[in-house]
Ligand binder design. Structure first.
Ligand SMILES: [Cu+2]
Length: 290
């Protein structure tokens, strides 16, 4: 089964419009956001969470946990539906949340997209529950098919405090071919997708608890040229391998249709027990003339 809907929010003067869907296998990739536009300008054609891999320091796993309609549960906030759409106000800003709650064995997982009226988007994964009595990490892979204004003329830039001004502002360096990257907090490394035609773009800022890559999950960000065959929906990779390395074939990403994957590495210490909720996810912050 599946659940789907359309958002045009706030109703009085919409700034965000998109469709959403939560489906079962083989389309089990959490809540999918489709054709999202902010102030009438396309941001992404599709944003999803196709892979969630669990890595244990001990004799369990690895697992690949699907986020699908089948393992979603109604909540007290939304007893009649699996996807809960609600708005709230924080710090003087309104926000719209699209959220689902899942149980997989002993894990409890909340999958959330928050869209702020100032254009900020916060993809989040929250996890609680102990499945196996060892420290572990939930690696959460978001696939962000950015199409700022349109599918073409996008460019990925990386910020590092040590980079001189190369024409994109101090700190910013463009990546013109497919690549994978890891975080580097000492240089405040972050990324941005820029539509070079309009000057509109989105910063991608790693969350404070997003952890770092390791041998099991070896990158934090992948920059790929869009290929329809590389959208595997919920079938992306396996428990043992995220499968993203196969897409790094050196294609040009210079002013192309680009796809960005971002992985948050959620660390869960067994000694903290199963009741605490932990979360990961980046902040996506607009810049330019929206
Ligand atoms: Cu956990």
């Amino acid at each position: 089964m599946s659940e789907a809907g359309h958002v045009s929010w706030p109703a009085d003067r919409p700034v965000w419009t998109f469709d959403w869907r939560l489906a079962d296998a083989p389309d089990e990739e959490g809540i999918v956001i489709l054709d999202a536009a902010y102030r009438g300008h396309r941001v992404f054609t599709k944003a999803s969470l196709p892979s969630l891999r669990v890595q244990y320091n001990g004799p369990c796993g690895p697992y690949k946990d699907p986020l699908n309609y089948n393992n979603s549960q109604p909540t007290s906030r939304c007893p009649q539906s699996r996807v809960c759409v609600y708005s709230y106000v924080s710090g003087g800003q309104r926000a719209l949340t699209v959220e689902s709650y899942h149980t997989i064995s002993a894990y409890r997982l909340t999958h959330r997209w928050v869209f702020w009226e100032n254009g900020v988007v916060m993809p989040r994964l929250f996890s609680a529950g102990i499945q196996c009595p060892f420290d572990h990490r939930h690696h959460s892979y978001w696939r962000l098919d950015f199409d700022i204004d349109d599918a073409g003329s996008d460019l990925l830039l990386e910020y590092n405090s040590y980079t001189p001004d190369e024409g994109w502002g101090a700190g910013w360096h463009p990546f013109r071919t497919e690549t994978n990257r890891v975080k580097n907090p000492p240089s405040r490394r972050s990324w941005a997708v820029l539509d070079v035609a309009s000057g509109r773009g989105y910063h991608l800022l790693p969350g404070p608890d997003d952890g770092t890559a390791n041998a099991f999950s070896s990158s934090d960000l992948w920059l790929l040229r869009y290929r329809g065959s590389e959208d595997r929906y919920g079938r992306q990779g396996s428990a043992a391998d995220d499968g993203l390395g196969a897409y790094l074939t050196g294609e040009s990403t210079d002013g192309q249709d680009v796809v960005v994957w971002y992985c948050g590495h959620l660390f869960h210490r067994f000694s903290e027990g199963g009741d605490d909720w932990h979360s990961v996810g980046p902040d996506l912050v607009p810049f330019g003339p929206w």
